[in-house]
Design a protein around this ligand. Sequence first.
Ligand code: DGY
Length: 326
Amino acid sequence: MKAKVLVTRALFPEALERLNATFEVDYNPEDRALPPEEIAARLAGKDGAITLLSDRIDAAALAGAAGLKAVCNVAVGYNNYDLAAITAAGVMATNTPGVLDDTTADTAWALLLASARRIVAADRWVRDGQWQGWKFHDGWFGQDVHHATLGILGMGRIGRAVARRASGFSMRVIYHNRQRLEPGQEAACAATWVDKATLLRDSDFLVLMLPYSPATHHAIGAAELAAMKPSAHLINVARGGIVDDNALIDALGNGRLAGAGLDVFENEPALDPRFAGLSNVVLTPHIGSSSRATRLAMAMCAVDNLVAALAGQRPPNLLNPAVLGA
Ligand code: DGY
């Protein structure tokens, strides 16, 4: 008899084909998040599930799913998982690290460059028909990226991919991470560890690459923003909640910070309307990993994890080895 699995929202046909070959699949073909009660109801009687970052998996979701063995997130971030509750229920949890590093690093750079050179506001101005002729003092002076200091807070794989890209811009790269990189890793991305105060003080561009957890909630708030250069730009492609959006809106609005590029927000998808009124912020809808190739690789990675887990093997990206007694 085939194992039964839930797929909570639309995936790629290629991924579904692999799942159908191995499992009996309960598939939500719509690209909309199922309500929590429906996830809980459809997890009952399942052996495994493929979930997206919009699905909260916690004790309530697992309450009726006694036979569940694995939940496999199609994301590297897993703050939608209550890992303690999942582990307490004896369920394996997995994520999709590695396959999205370069795409997400590209997005961070797209936002950094757009913010530095005011690309979105300039585009809007041209479209609005406001350009009357070329001027030397054109009112569009931006910030130089080349030879500036790039700061990275959180130096995992994606942070390192962001750092590697800086060499083409002849930048100084500094980073802060709880754990300092091995010397070989530091050399590979030409980055220097500094304490958080130095990072905030010296960065011309500060890219956030922290995972979200209670420990990183509002890691950038009013005090941190006040410690940054007024000419600096803040880039967040990690998670909403790492930045105190209220404090950021104040800093951008009162000239305490030159600009920001944001792919993630507190309370997303709801946007604080004050962001929309600021011309010095570039906003994108959590598209950090969004190329077709990368989203497909993420889906396939989640399928690999599920197939391994339900075959009684250790899935390649197991987040809670404690469930295996490891
Ligand atoms: C992740 O994988 O955590 C991203 O935010 C999804 O694109």
